[in-house]
Structure formats: C-alpha cells, structure tokens
Design a protein around this ligand. Structure first.
Ligand code: EPU
Length: 332
C-alpha cells in the first residue's frame, strides 16, 4: 500500500505515514472519499493540536473547505458560517476588520475553524463556545449530515462531545458563530490589562486588544513555523478545594485559579517547578519560555515527544500527586 507523509501537515513537524491522504475542498469530496477509500478515516485541519506518535493505518482527510459567509444579521448581531478548513486567525482578523466582537481574544491561535469546537479553543478569558452558534458535520461511517447546536456540543474546558462520545466519528464541514455589532470586550485576564495600561490605552478597540494578545502570545509561545510545537501540550488540571489546600500548604507559591467549585492548577507552574523548563532529550524539548509547551528540538519522530510527555506526566504525578493530561490529540 502507498504511504503518504504527514510531516507537512502537523505543526510539530514530525514524520509519520498514513495509508491515504486526501484534500477535501467540498462536502462532495467527502462523499467521494468515503465511497473510494476504505476506513478508518482521520481528519486533519491545521495539524496544530495533534501529536503523531507513530504511523497511522488510515485514510487522512485534510479539511480545506474555505469561505466566510454572513448568513443573517439583526441590529445587534451577525451570524457567520465558516468553512471548517478556514484558518482560525483569518476568521478572527475578518471579524475585527468588520468591527464584530467576540473572537478578538482568540487572536493568533494556530489551527483551523473546524478544529476549534473540538477542543473548545480558549485564551485570555474567552472560549470559542461563547460565540458558537452551530456546526455542520458529516458522519465518517454513514455519510449523513448532522447539525449540532451549542447544547449538543457539551463544551467544557478544552473539551466537547467531539473528544468524548463522538470522538473521531465526524468531519466538521462548517461552523457558525454569532458575532456582536456592539463592542464587547473582556480584558479580565491580568496580562492583557497590564499591557493595555503599559500602552496607556483606556478604551481599547478590537484591533488594539488583538494586537496586545498577539504580542503576549508571541513573547511566550514559539511560532510553529520556527519551532515545531502544538501550543499547550497539557491541560491545566482541575482539583478539589481540599486537594488544592493541601498542595498550598506544601507549596505556598503554587499558581491556581477558581474553577466553579474547584480549582484549576497551572500545569505550566507544576512542570516548571518540577524542573523541566528548557529540558531537552532525544530531540524533544520543553520550551524555555513556557513549561506547558513541548517542542520539536530536532527529532523526526513524534514518539520522542510522546516519551518526553509521559516522563513529565509521571514526574508531576510523583511530585505533586496530580495528573497532567494531554490537551493535544495523540495518534499512532
Ligand atoms: N507559569 C509558570 N511557568 C511556566 C508557565 C506558566 O510558572 O513555564 C505560571 C505563571 O504563573 C503564569 C501562569 O502559569 O502566570 C499562567 O500561564 P499562562 O498565562 O501562559 O496560561 P496557561 O494556563 O499556562 C492557558 C492556555 C493557553 C492560553 C493561556 C492564556 C491551557 C492548557 N492553556 O495557558 O492556551 O493561551 O492560558 O489564556 O489552558 C493552548 O491551548 O494551546 C494555549 C496556548
């Protein structure tokens, strides 16, 4: 069987082969692929939230369905439907250029629109779920189309039904967002407020917020074009108040945030404090400016990055009794 390299299609830049590689530009291309190639199928968008730990015996569909279309609008809102293969940051830039608010805090997140609902991307106090209206998906088994509204998606912190019950079952062809004509801003995140203060901006425009966020991201997170990575590799663990308080006694400087009636611990802090920041082994590394980000430090093999992730996970569990779970999808 022919093998195709996925190296150009994952932001870690590791080499892994798949059985077939098909570019999808339309829903018709999906039907044709389902009729022509055998299962299993996997879907890749921007490839920015996957770690290919090995080869994959699967037909990989590269979602390239493009387009941003205004579907409806009233005095206060605009409903846009976006192709799943559209670049996320392009959508954010489009919304800002049309003076529509809601997505500006999610500037510069790598990846595609079709992947955004899967892990419910979020940054700087906002998640895509806050503007999400609905999505259209095609079943990889039956070829039938299904519409999901917000409540169907069961969004949580870096979580949705597409990571649980419906994981791997659908290709998301279009996502609709309800954007606001009123300028609604959320600058609750300390780093944004501080940077706006530094720049002496009191009532920021959407563009100014986006610029600040792009600059903060660029200062902390590596550009995948320069250094292979997939953003935060692990999720911030959620623990009970009691567990947090017992950690706090041992580590008074631990970083944590209230999360409902629980606490969200900073995985970056735990990994940093455990001594992993800047560490490198077998071409896989922990980014020097942010311990939550694993980087490709010269390896061709996702297995080396996965090994590092497991070493970190085991060490954090031993040291703090807390499990840091991967945020990225690990295949192969
Ligand atoms: N910290 C350290 N050492 C580190 C990194 C972080 O001590 O090496 C501590 C610092 O106290 C820092 C705090 O952790 O102030 C929080 O760090 P940061 O603001 O970078 O946020 P995060 O919780 O590490 C999350 C998201 C990011 C998102 C930022 C900003 C997750 C898994 N990650 O990171 O999302 O950009 O908040 O909102 O929730 C991504 O998902 O790929 C991603 C980059």
């Amino acid at each position: 069987m022919n093998k195709f390299s996925l190296q150009p299609f994952n932001t870690f830049g590791v080499d892994a082969q798949c059985s077939n590689l098909i570019k999808i530009y339309s829903e018709q291309d999906i039907y044709d692929t389902l009729l022509t190639y055998g299962d299993p199928y996997k879907v890749v968008g921007g490839g920015s939230n996957i770690l290919l730990a090995g080869d994959i015996e699967a037909t990989v569909m590269l979602n390239q369905i493009k387009g941003i279309q205004v579907i409806d609008e009233d005095d206060n809102h605009v409903l846009v439907t976006v192709g799943g293969g559209e670049n996320w940051h392009n959508l954010v830039m489009w919304s800002i250029s049309h003076n529509l608010s809601g997505l500006q805090n999610l500037s510069l997140i790598p990846g595609s629109v079709g992947a955004a609902p899967i892990q419910n991307i979020g940054a700087y106090g906002v998640e895509q779920s806050s503007c999400f209206h609905s999505l259209r998906a095609i079943s990889l088994t039956s070829g039938l189309t299904k519409l999901y509204y917000r409540e169907d998606c069961k969004f949580g912190y870096r979580d949705s039904i597409f990571k649980k019950l419906d994981a791997g079952k659908y290709i998301i062809t279009h996502v609709s967002y309800m954007l606001s004509k009123e300028v609604n801003i959320n600058v609750s995140y300390g780093a944004i407020r501080n940077e706006l203060n530094n720049r002496k901006i009191e009532t920021p425009t959407l563009k100014q917020i986006s610029n600040v966020i792009c600059d903060i991201r660029a200062s902390k997170l590596p550009d995948p074009i320069v250094v292979g990575n997939a953003g935060s590799f692990f999720k911030n663990p959620i623990v009970t108040i009691e567990a947090y308080e017992s950690l706090l006694q041992k580590y008074p400087e631990i970083v944590a945030f209230p999360f409902g009636d629980q606490m969200k611990l900073s995985a970056g802090w735990l990994i940093d404090r455990a001594g992993w920041k800047g560490h490198s082994q077998n071409g896989a590394g922990v980014y020097k400016n942010h311990a939550l980000v694993l980087i490709n430090d010269g390896t061709n093999s996702g297995g080396d990055i996965w090994q590092l992730a497991m070493d970190i996970q085991a060490d954090v569990l031993t040291k703090y009794g807390v499990e840091v779970a991967p945020e990225v999808n690990v295949w192969g």
